[in-house]
Each structure stands twice: as structure tokens, then as C-alpha cells.
Design a protein around this ligand. Structure first.
Ligand code: SF4
Length: 338
């Protein structure tokens, strides 16, 4: 294999010419970005694509420009602004972390991986990413894109996710003191735009001279796959109740459990037959079709029923509700509003 220093130089040269321009990013070679922006973007990007996360990032940083601003925000405002990004535990962790930085660190993020890791809700990946990108520490930052590049570069024979520890170890062999902030971003960009899932664009890759998968002639064979267990399917009912002013009945969900603490439509439990679901109030309920939604651990068919009525709910203008509800409820409300 050619020397690691040459591999690094080839990828960093490619990054200088082809790196992505992202809302939270400083261009290659410029002063490091605000740690708050790096941290916020990394939390948002977990399980979310870059195009989907970008408008949320812009809205958050316009409304809460510093970590101290975010720390003083109302929980309900942050949860509503997060609606649609999914994985709502991240929003609760986000607030806990912002408040710890404001309270315990004078509004300044710790500048080491260990210091960042001690913050609430900050895991190994986020600590490494912020340490490298915001503070120029030579940290080993391994996300899904970097894993895929490592799998192919070294033609790793173990399927994911079992290969993860090995991939992290292999990625660590390429970390060095030179341009520590640009290195992980260069690897991520290569994975996102060239060494893509499906067919990699090896003809545009600066690493062909090092890549074992490329040398095999069939780089798309990696990563090797294990058969996925089928995702279980559940059913339930969402109730779209409107009052005499056209407002929609919403409820805050219990803090614990799926979509905990978020506003939602009244629903049955998820896992009951629609025929067995008891409505939240007696009314002339009418069928309004159904929506499909896929969560990480199950898929859901939610039957939608609509009626006019009254009750002890949070009555909300439909437009405001559509902007603030998690995606599954937004879909159900859209269906209920016809
Ligand atoms: Fe990925 Fe192809 Fe580059 Fe190898 S040569 S790292 S498979 S894009």
C-alpha cells in the first residue's frame, strides 16, 4: 500500500477542490467555525440527511444565535422548532447540553474530546466531530459515510454493523496532526458524493490507488450485507377533532416513550386494531382514509377519523399545527383536513 501521508494529501487536495459548501461549515483553510454551529449541525445530522437538516439549522441559528440563547429557550419552543426532524430525544438532549454549557462553562464549549464527552447527550461521535472541526484536534470522526469509505478502502469482509469497531480502528490509522479539521470533513464528503451507497463513482475518486475494493473490480460489492429482519407493522387511529372556529385538538404526549414531550393529535395506542380504538370524545366520527409512517423499529398505518366537537385539548389553528407537529401527525392532520 502507498504511504498514508500520500493518501491524506490526495484526499485533502480533492477536498480543496470538491468539498461541499454547507450552512454550518467554514471553507477549507479558513478560521474554524463557531463550536455551537458545529455541535448543532452534528446533532441534527444524526439520522437526518443534509438537505433535510439545512433549513432547520438555519431556522435554529437565526432564532437562537448562540448556545446561551438556546439554553434560555422554552422547552416547548425548541420541541416545536424540532418538529419534522424526528428522533425527538435528540431535541431534549440538545437543550440539556446547551443548558450545561451555559450553566457550567460560562457559555463556552469545552475544547477537548474528553470535555465535550462529559456534556449531557454528547456521545463519542459528536465529541470527536466538534473537537476536530471546531477546535482542530486530530480526533477520529467516524460516521456512516466514513464507515463506507473504510469498508471499501480496506475491503473489510465483515458485514455492518458488526464491522463497526474494526472500521473505527482502520479510520484511526489515517488520522494525523495535519489539517485535523478538514480531514474528517474530506472523508465525509467523499463518502457522501463519490463513494456513495450503491454504485461508487470510482472514476472521480482520488483514492483508487489505495482502494482494495476498487482493485477487486467490483467495489459495489462492499459493504457486505446481512439479511435484515423484517420491521414489525402496527396499526392505530388518529383523531382530527375541530371546534366551531375550525381549530384542531392537540395534546402533549407523555415525556417518556416515542415522540415524548411533543405535541400530537389524540391517537389510540399504536398496536390496536382501528375497530377496537375508543375515540377521545363522543362525536360523529367519519372515516378520512389512512396514512403510512415508518419509524426505526416499526412501520405504522394510522387510520384517520374526523369530527367536530369540544373537549379539554390544546386548540390550535390548523396552519400553526401543521408547522409544529412531528411528521407522523402532520401527515394525519393533512389527511384529516382533506
Ligand atoms: Fe470508494 Fe471507489 Fe474511491 Fe474505493 S475507489 S474509496 S470504492 S469511490
Amino acid at each position: 500500500m502507498l504511504p498514508v501521508s500520500a493518501l491524506r494529501a490526495a484526499l485533502l487536495d480533492w477536498y480543496d477542490a470538491h468539498g461541499r459548501t454547507l450552512a454550518w461549515r467554514a471553507p477549507p483553510g479558513s478560521p474554524p467555525p463557531d463550536p455551537y454551529r458545529v455541535w448543532l449541525s452534528e446533532v441534527m445530522l444524526q439520522q437526518t440527511t443534509t438537505p433535510h437538516a439545512t433549513p432547520y439549522f438555519e431556522a435554529f441559528t437565526a432564532r437562537w444565535p448562540t448556545v446561551t440563547d438556546l439554553a434560555t429557550a422554552e422547552d416547548s419552543d425548541v420541541m416545536a422548532a424540532w418538529a419534522g426532524l424526528g428522533y425527538y430525544a435528540r431535541a431534549r438532549n440538545l437543550l440539556a447540553c446547551a443548558r450545561a454549557v451555559a450553566r457550567d462553562h460560562g457559555g463556552v464549549f469545552p475544547d477537548t474530546e474528553a470535555g465535550l464527552l462529559a456534556l449531557p447527550g454528547v456521545g463519542a461521535y459528536t465529541a470527536a466531530a466538534v473537537a476536530a472541526i471546531a477546535f482542530g484536534r486530530p480526533a477520529n470522526v467516524v460516521d456512516g459515510n466514513v464507515e463506507r469509505v473504510m469498508v471499501r478502502l480496506f475491503a473489510v469482509g465483515t458485514p455492518l454493523p458488526a464491522a463497526k469497531p474494526e472500521l473505527k480502528r482502520l479510520a484511526a490509522t489515517l488520522v494525523a496532526d495535519d489539517r485535523p479539521a478538514d480531514w474528517p470533513q474530506a472523508l465525509m464528503d467523499l463518502g457522501a458524493t463519490v463513494c456513495r451507497p450503491g454504485r461508487p463513482l470510482c472514476e472521480a475518486c482520488p483514492l483508487t490507488g489505495w482502494c482494495a475494493a476498487f482493485a477487486s473490480g467490483q467495489p459495489e460489492r462492499w459493504p457486505l450485507k446481512t439479511k435484515k429482519a423484517d420491521r414489525p407493522h402496527r396499526t392505530g387511529v388518529a383523531w382530527v377533532l375541530r371546534d366551531g372556529q375550525g381549530r384542531v385538538a392537540l395534546m402533549r404526549r407523555p415525556d417518556k416513550g416515542l415522540l415524548g414531550g411533543m405535541m400530537g393529535l389524540p391517537t389510540s395506542a399504536w398496536g390496536v386494531s382501528p375497530a377496537d380504538a375508543a375515540p377521545p370524545v363522543a362525536a360523529d366520527w367519519r372515516a378520512a382514509g389512512a396514512i403510512e409512517h415508518v419509524f426505526t423499529h416499526f412501520s405504522l398505518t394510522l387510520t384517520v377519523r374526523v369530527a367536530e366537537g369540544e373537549g379539554d385539548f390544546v386548540w390550535t389553528d390548523p396552519e400553526a399545527a401543521l408547522g409544529a407537529l412531528p411528521t407522523v401527525f402532520r401527515k394525519a392532520l393533512e389527511r384529516g383536513l382533506g
